[in-house]
Design a protein around this ligand. Structure first.
Ligand code: HEC
Ligand code: HEC
Ligand code: HEC
Ligand code: HEC
Length: 413
């Protein structure tokens, strides 16, 4: 008996409009144009759910009622946090994932028990049933931080209150105010954290940064780390040549010419007055840092002044920092496989449009950690930050989900 293709079309009935799963019985003819079919698609075991008959779907509904509806609802539109919508999901993907749960290869979840005792036939049918349903509506756009889509401009906004002292782009024009460019984002975040906690004692900076959230601190430090570095535009009175000689003792940690490649901060281009103040603070113990205790202790005021003049004159370099992509840029990469706005057209690749964000987020983190295994997805998530994961999850939850008409796949002649 020829298998039929599960296809979905909008059917305009008398006065009512309904999306129905229409099963077009198309014999898979060997002489169908091979060029019209996706090159890699060959009707195989994994595509069985895409070739369901109307009877399969009706049987699948019984399975759903008995085994799935308590969590996914009979509509496939889940109501509980962390439970995915499965209505309108691509059939071959659904079937493949059910088998993954059955084999216990997707961690420990309520799904393992739900499918444990189901036959392969029941899995094919229940997958076809849920695939044939209308997908969930998109999530409403939350007013929450629309500007977060571009983390760098968010950092610029949050740093507005800092520019009066530290300069518009982190290049100081006021003696005593440190340059914030040319410094590693991690060092800057650590310094801000130390002011906040009081570990680095400075009443004014504590007040200034106390209201910043971790996310704001991250975007501010990213903003400064991505600015073009330049020397502080402030005077430096000491003897640069004498400073250069003394600076050989600092290069091991602070790098050649004060451009650090390790965890110690870069010193190149730093404001001389701030520099001297920091050295005094290490000397008196007002600023505690084991690594700086000995280098500072042996230096008198003249030596500090000379070192400050030398380092102020060195050219700062951009720290190594990856410019994060905007959410749209990330989505462009995902859509290559998941389809326009996350509406996959391959029955084996999941659609992600209108999926619950509270399901997508943990799934993406599981791919990143390697807990959920998929060669492509593990690679895609490599290096993605928590923020990027929340943003892209919220983004897809707001996209409109669309159904797909599957085209017949010819068998090899
Ligand atoms: C006790 C509640 C519960 C029952 C019953 C249940 N599910 Fe699930 N289902 C979940 C939860 C929770 C998840 C998310 C688990 C995860 O993150 O791996 C899930 C995940 C899934 C997924 C993965 C979705 C995706 O996009 O990767 C599919 C497919 C699925 N369920 C289908 C079914 C089917 C079919 C049945 C009935 C045979 C069923 N579930 C029964 C709770 C349930
Ligand atoms: C009123 C002037 C002023 C403002 C406004 C200000 N700062 Fe500062 N900032 C200073 C001074 C002065 C220091 C040096 C404090 C010290 O000696 O520890 C400093 C130090 C710092 C440092 C440490 C630099 C290093 O090399 O260790 C960081 C980081 C910093 N500020 C970030 C910020 C951020 C972010 C903002 C805005 C939220 C801000 N500052 C606003 C005056 C200011
Ligand atoms: C053993 C490694 C080490 C050596 C050697 C060393 N430093 Fe440091 N230095 C550090 C570390 C780590 C910090 C960051 C400490 C902190 O966060 O307070 C630092 C901080 C500083 C700062 C403060 C920078 C800022 O932006 O606030 C100055 C100034 C400084 N060092 C100057 C020197 C000079 C000058 C020498 C050589 C005479 C020197 N250091 C030698 C490790 C070192
Ligand atoms: C090269 C193709 C490809 C690219 C690019 C890709 N994906 Fe995937 N994605 C897949 C495949 C295949 C699966 C099914 C993997 C599995 O079975 O675990 C998948 C699974 C997923 C899932 C799980 C869906 C579910 O319902 O459980 C999510 C979420 C997802 N991808 C999101 C993304 C995001 C976000 C991006 C971009 C950062 C992305 N994908 C990029 C191919 C891709």
């Amino acid at each position: 008996m020829p298998r039929s293709i599960l296809a979905r079309v909008r059917w305009l009935g008398a006065g009512r409009q309904a999306l129905v799963a229409l099963l077009v019985s198309i014999a898979i003819l060997p002489n169908l144009s091979a060029a019209a079919a996706p090159a890699q698609s060959v009707a195989g075991d994994d595509l069985r759910a895409a070739f369901a008959t109307p009877q399969d779907i009706a049987d699948g509904k019984h399975v759903a009622l008995a085994s799935c509806a308590s969590c996914h609802a009979l509509s496939g539109i889940a109501l509980a946090r962390g439970t995915p919508h499965i209505a309108g999901q691509r059939p071959a993907y659904l079937y493949a994932e059910l088998r993954v749960y059955q084999a216990g290869r997707r961690g420990d979840s309520p799904m393992n028990n739900a499918v444990k005792f189901l036959s392969d036939d029941a899995l094919v049918k229940v997958a076809a049933y849920y695939a044939s349903l209308d997908p969930a509506p998109p999530a409403a756009a939350s007013a929450r931080k629309a500007s977060k889509a571009d983390p760098v401009s968010a950092g610029k906004d949050a740093a507005q209150g800092c520019s009066g002292c530290h300069g518009d782009t982190g290049i100081s024009e006021t003696p005593g105010m440190p340059n914030l460019v040319g410094l590693d984002a991690k060092y800057l975040a650590g310094a801000i954290g130390a002011y906040k906690s009081g570990q680095r004692k400075h009443g004014m900076m504590k007040t200034l940064v106390s209201a910043l959230s971790d996310a704001e601190i991250n975007s501010i430090t990213l903003f400064y780390a991505l600015q073009k570095p330049g020397k502080a535009k402030t005077p430096a009175a000491g003897n640069k040549a004498a400073g250069k000689t003394a600076a050989t003792a600092c290069a091991g940690c602070h790098g050649q010419g004060g451009v650090s490649t390790g965890t110690a901060p870069s010193l190149a281009g730093q404001d001389a007055q701030y520099f001297a103040g920091a050295m005094q603070a290490y000397k008196t113990g007002a600023r505690t840092e084991a690594a700086m205790k000995a280098p500072a202790a042996s230096l008198d005021d003249t030596a500090i002044k000379d070192l400050a003049a030398y380092f102020a004159d060195q050219a700062p370099q951009p720290p190594r920092v990856k410019k994060p992509m905007t959410t749209e840029e990330v989505a462009d990469r995902c859509n290559r496989c998941h389809g326009v706005d996350g509406n996959s057209t391959d029955p084996r690749t999941p659609a992600i449009a209108a999926q619950r964000a509270d399901y997508l987020e943990p799934v993406l983190r599981a791919y990143r950690k390697g807990d959920r295994k998929s060669t492509v997805m593990n690679a895609m998530l490599d290096g993605m930050s928590d923020d990027e994961i929340s943003e892209i999850s919220a983004y897809y939850s707001r996209q409109k989900a669309r159904t797909v008409v599957y085209v017949p796949v010819p068998t090899k002649p």
